[in-house]
Design a protein around this ligand. Structure first.
Ligand code: DP6
Length: 327
């Protein structure tokens, strides 16, 4: 068809975390962040705009979901505005990994949606422009437009046009591996947007978090450009634990971990003490991501599988940014 395109994007995992917004309406972050884009987990999204159709029809993994459909319609509205059309769209999207359980399905989902939707409408958008649009749909999606190591800038402008992600280093230049320990398949209790709002309103550590982020970004950026694993391990665990401490100090406190998450953290620390190049990070959910040098992946997977409460361990490398696939 004429107004039809399909795209694939992969989730990303922040090593220096995004938590907090400076503008909720434009979805501008209070802090910059640095992430890695994964390769074997993906979202594939097919978008067809139908002239004359009222409203969007959305299928996610073959089902309809009202809350998700509203977010997708809001995201498509940004594309329709750009193209000056009011056509409804048929959207079919699927993930090859569990959604809504802290595996960043919104990052790959909205990056794929913006990438496919823009092409379906014939909009000629640069990667940076797609990153800005994806950011408005879900902050972390700004980073999944790009592959490898990515930095998303906090930006200074009120309109947010400078709060855009850009690649720091290609995946092939430092091909680390990631083991994801699944400790729960339930949907998360408090979503990121609500968690960030509650944290900013009630956590006494909010200003310390914002004030120390620039230094963390510099440390992580330098570690990545120097491919210094030990330095990246230390700054990444520090940023993760600092984000969770900030959120735990909200009222009521946000507890994203379960017992198995915590047990996995201890296991990863013990492996590193034994000399294995591995570190952990955890997002707004109970899954633990262990990032390691390729030589360590089998040992890391085996150790995590051994932790009581771990249901499954996925294994992925680093991958590319959003791209076209055949519809
Ligand atoms: C903990 O991008 O899901 O994963 O912008 O409100 O959609 P919204 O939030 P989202 O938040 C991700 C938070 C995080 C850290 C990170 O990915 O940097």
């Amino acid at each position: 068809g004429e107004f039809h395109a399909a795209s694939q994007a992969q989730p990303n995992i922040a090593l220096v975390k995004y938590w907090g917004k400076r503008d909720a309406a434009l979805n501008l972050p209070a802090v910059g962040s640095i992430s890695i884009t994964l390769d074997s987990l993906w979202t594939r999204t097919d978008v067809r705009f139908v002239p004359g159709q009222k409203g969007d029809r959305v299928s996610l993994n073959g089902r309809s979901d009202e809350a998700e459909s509203r977010r997708i319609t809001a995201c498509l509205d940004l594309l329709r505005q750009r193209a000056a059309v009011d056509w409804g769209a048929d959207v079919a999207s699927r993930n090859n990994f569990p959604t809504a359980a802290g595996l960043a399905s919104s990052a790959s989902g909205f990056a794929a949606l913006v990438h496919a939707g823009a092409r379906a409408l014939g909009l000629q958008l640069s990667d940076a422009e797609q990153s800005v649009l994806a950011r408005r749909c879900s902050g972390s999606a700004a980073r999944s437009i790009f592959g490898g190591y990515v930095e998303w800038a906090h930006g200074r402008l009120a309109d947010g046009t400078d709060s855009v992600a850009q690649p720091l280093l290609a995946a092939e230049s430092w091909p680390l591996r990631v083991a994801v320990a699944i400790t729960s398949k339930a949907a998360k209790q408090v979503g990121s947007s609500e968690g960030m709002r509650r944290t900013a309103q009630t956590s006494p550590y909010q200003s310390a978090w914002v004030d120390t982020q620039e230094a963390d970004l510099t440390t992580a950026r330098n570690a990545i450009l120097a491919r210094d694993f030990e330095a990246l391990a230390l700054i990444s665990e520090y940023s993760c634990l600092k984000m969770h401490a900030l959120a735990m100090a909200a009222q009521p406190g946000l507890l994203y971990w379960n017992g198995a998450t915590m047990e996995c953290m201890h296991r990863v620390r013990a492996l590193r003490q034994q000399g294995l190049p591995v570190f952990f990070t955890v997002d707004a959910g109970p899954q633990l991501k262990a990032v390691c040098e390729p030589s360590a992946i089998e040992e890391v997977k085996a150790a995590l599988r051994d932790v009581p409460g771990v249901l499954d361990v996925l294994d992925t490398g680093l991958g590319a940014g959003a791209r076209a696939i055949s519809p």
